[in-house]
Design a binder for this molecule. Structure first.
Ligand code: ADP
Length: 256
């Protein structure tokens, strides 16, 4: 059997204020999966993704990414790690006054020397790739427009294109549709699915709504209080499991 692309072993994260956000989380991710992580607000989903690309430092445990334990790497090695991991966020994190294309090119900054990056000397290849990924997310005609002139869904597609210019082997998406209306949710999720299926990029995505999970995930993990309470096929989540994950009396909300 092939090695997992990511293997998390007994991951613990305790914040300096004493909050134990992850209490020994272990799971593997196979190459090409579309893994969705669900759970109530505060269950540790965001902390988990942020430990993987080392926006947060894990307290203990292992994060084996492409065969290497990245839980304890420091300095330059963290920057090296982030080149291979794309990330998108709930609030898109674009530079509002910059054009769409220059936002997308930001994904290349980590690969350039400091002189070229300060003056924005991108190669023709970088520019061609940026346009290619804007086309992939169906937004190339907006390349010259300022990012803050776009709708939320369009901004998230720009963020996906920016992540792709890194040439990542894995894409982490932290509540990527939480700020969007239901129709736009599907558009953005459809592009993430396209990235997963056409480019073969492994996706790990935090999501709130179970109906979206059923539609897009190849596998699901549910967190509760910093621990895994469910791992398996999204279609196997019964009402009983739903109550275990979200608490008694919780009702499933459908996004149509
Ligand atoms: P989720 O993404 O599922 O909403 P989070 O990972 O954001 O959950 O939060 C998990 C727990 O860690 C929560 O109790 C939250 O308040 C706490 N937490 C998150 N970030 C920090 C931080 N920077 N400092 C202290 N506590 C934090």
């Amino acid at each position: 059997m092939s090695q997992p692309i990511l293997s998390i072993k007994n991951l613990v994260k305790t914040y300096p204020n004493g909050v134990q956000a992850l209490k020994g989380v272990s799971f593997d991710v196979k190459k090409g999966e579309f893994l969705v992580i669900i759970g109530l607000s505060g269950s540790g989903k965001s902390t988990l993704l942020r430990c993987v690309n080392r926006l947060h430092d894990p307290t203990s445990g292992q994060i084996i990414f492409e065969g290497k334990d990245v839980a304890q790497v420091q300095g330059e090695e963290i920057r090296g790690l982030r080149k291979h991991i794309g990330m998108i966020f709930q609030h898109f994190n674009l530079i509002p006054r910059h054009s769409v294309i220059s936002n997308v090119l930001m994904g290349r900054l980590g690969f350039m020397g400091s002189f070229k990056s300060i003056f924005g000397f991108f190669s023709q290849e970088d520019k061609d790739n940026a346009m290619k990924y804007l086309k992939l997310v169906g937004i190339s005609e907006k390349a010259k427009i300022r990012a803050d002139q776009l709708s939320g869904g369009q901004q998230q597609r720009v963020a996906i294109a920016r992540a792709l210019t890194q040439g990542p082997s894995i894409l982490l998406a932290d509540e990527p549709v939480a700020s969007l209306d239901p129709a736009t949710c599907h558009t953005v999720m459809d592009y993430l699915k396209k990235v997963n299926q056409e480019l073969g990029i492994t996706v790990i995505c935090n999501l709130h709504f179970l109906s979206l999970v059923r539609q897009y995930a190849t596998r699901v993990i549910a967190l509760k209080g910093g621990q895994i309470v469910y791992e398996g096929n999204p279609h196997d989540i019964t009402d009983e499991w739903f109550e275990k994950i979200y608490g008694q009396g919780a009702k499933e909300v459908h996004i149509n």
